[in-house]
Design a protein around this ligand. Structure first.
Ligand code: GAP
Length: 431
């Protein structure tokens, strides 16, 4: 069973490289541990995940606004948030023979690099990437690449209150890069050193936090279900597991080939962040409601990484059937929605007709063109990247303006009038 699961991940890694989803970072120089590059289909898949999140969290709601804050912030932010003073450290041990380092909580007592069983004493290691701002490389110019996007939201709380008409309860959302100098990045793109986060900070009145916490756990779980993700569950973190700022955290976990793992955490960050930034910056970060009551809001935070989600969606979608490999991605996530084929590549009339269909659909959907090889190979190629529908333009098309539309999951074909294609796909995408 374990071998089967390892094989599945290996097959996904190989498909992702072969078909241009994910490449090792700096590939021609042998890569760099914990960094990946995203190829054409991977970029689109990640974009679609982020877009679905943004539509659901920001655009479909009246109580959430979006921001895009700088990655490098004043280092005082990290002093205030506790990230510098020990709240953002991993405990690591080092193999005495080959010097490979391991995160103490992942560590199984044996070096998986050289098999040695002797290790140094555990020690703390801050996982923030340090850099210098400006030309002088001295302590006054030290800064950090943000390890979570949340901080950019907290420091803009007052700006948002002053510049919008939003009232509590309300949220501020952000999608952007985060960096962590992970001790041992592993499991492909599951744990990397550079990744993105999609985070919402939802500000509520103290005392109402539990209600909104439960509501967000359910909403976020539903989002995954609606996008067809099958093997997921909720798990409440123990007190020992929780981050320094959290009074309660529920993880949404997915069953990866390497086990059940967190894909998203929903935390009750209490008033920790606004309080600490209020104290350190001296700026009033309290809120006064319509009745004149003044308080520091509590914060509910759903936080997820699109790359980790992408791996979950890929693992869930990957299937091997009798004569094909297919990614059964939700159509909203699929990099390409429709592919158009002329039945034969050497018949100018078929090509001409198929090109008209292709150029028209391209205005509305991400559409691909393929006239290479035979139809079977073209289906195989589109199935492997998860394209939900393929259209074939054949000799009957020239007579009655209909085409065959093949469904990726069932492989069934139906004949549809060309003029109905646009509505047909709009309807299918929104089913
Ligand atoms: N602001 C809260 C926070 O950062 P987290 O549990 O450390 O909480 C939230 O991260 C999410 O960010 C995770 O559930 C995961 O999806 C993603 N994430 C965190 N570290 C990651 C890493 N090293 N590589 C890829 N994704 C990561």
């Amino acid at each position: 069973m374990k071998k089967e699961k390892d094989d599945k991940l290996g097959k996904i890694v190989s498909l992702c490289k072969r078909r241009g989803f994910i490449f090792p970072g700096s590939d021609i120089y042998g890569g760099l541990s914990g960094f990946y590059d995203y190829g054409p289909f991977g970029t689109d898949l990640k974009f679609n995940i982020k877009q679905e999140w943004w539509k659901n969290i920001v655009q479909a709601r009246d109580d959430v606004v979006g921001i895009s804050a700088a990655i490098i912030m004043n280092p005082k932010v990290w002093e205030a948030s506790g990230h510098l003073s020990g709240g953002f450290t991993d405990i690591l041990v080092e193999c005495k023979k080959c010097h490979q380092r391991f995160k103490a909580d992942d560590f199984e007592g044996i070096c998986d690099n050289c098999g040695n069983k002797e290790f140094t004493e555990p020690r703390r290691f801050n996982t923030m990437f340090k850099t210098f701002v400006g030309p002088a490389e001295d302590s006054a110019s030290v800064s950090y690449l943000r390890p979570e996007t949340a901080a950019g939201i907290f420091v803009n709380f007052k700006n948002i209150l002053d510049s919008t008409r939003i009232k509590i309860p309300f949220g501020i959302a952000q999608i952007g890069k985060a960096f962590r100098n992970e001790v041992n990045p592993k499991d492909y793109i599951f744990r990397t050193r550079e990744f993105e986060q999609m985070e919402l900070e939802y500000f509520v009145k103290p005392g109402e936090d539990k209600k909104y916490f439960d509501e967000w756990v359910d909403l976020r779980f539903k989002w995954y279900k609606d996008l067809g993700l099958k093997n997921i569950r909720k798990r409440e973190q123990s007190k020992e597991e929780r981050a320094h700022y959290s009074s309660a955290t529920v993880d949404i976990e997915y069953e990866f080939p390497f086990g059940w793992k967190e894909i998203e955490g929903i935390a009750n960050r209490t008033d920790f962040d606004l309080k600490t930034h209020y104290e350190h910056s001296g700026q009033d970060l309290s809120y006064t409601d319509d009745s004149g009551e003044k308080f520091i809001p509590y914060v509910i935070e759903p936080s997820a990484g699109p790359e980790r989600l992408m791996l979950a969606f890929l693992c869930d979608a990957y299937e091997e059937e009798r004569n094909r490999v297919v990614l059964k991605l939700h159509p909203k996530l699929a990099p390409i929605k429709v592919a158009v084929f002329p039945l034969l590549a050497n018949k100018p009339k078929l090509i001409e007709k198929a090109k008209i269909i292709y150029n028209n659909l391209k205005k509305y959907f991400i559409t691909a063109w393929d006239d290479r090889g035979n139809i079977g190979k073209r289906y195989y190629s589109q199935d492997e990247i998860g394209t939900p529908w393929t259209i074939t333009c054949d000799f009957q098309t020239l007579e009655d303006d209909t085409v065959t539309v093949r469904d990726r999951d069932t492989t069934k074909q139906e004949r549809i009038k060309i003029e109905e294609l646009k509505n047909y796909f709009f309807q299918k995408l929104n089913e």
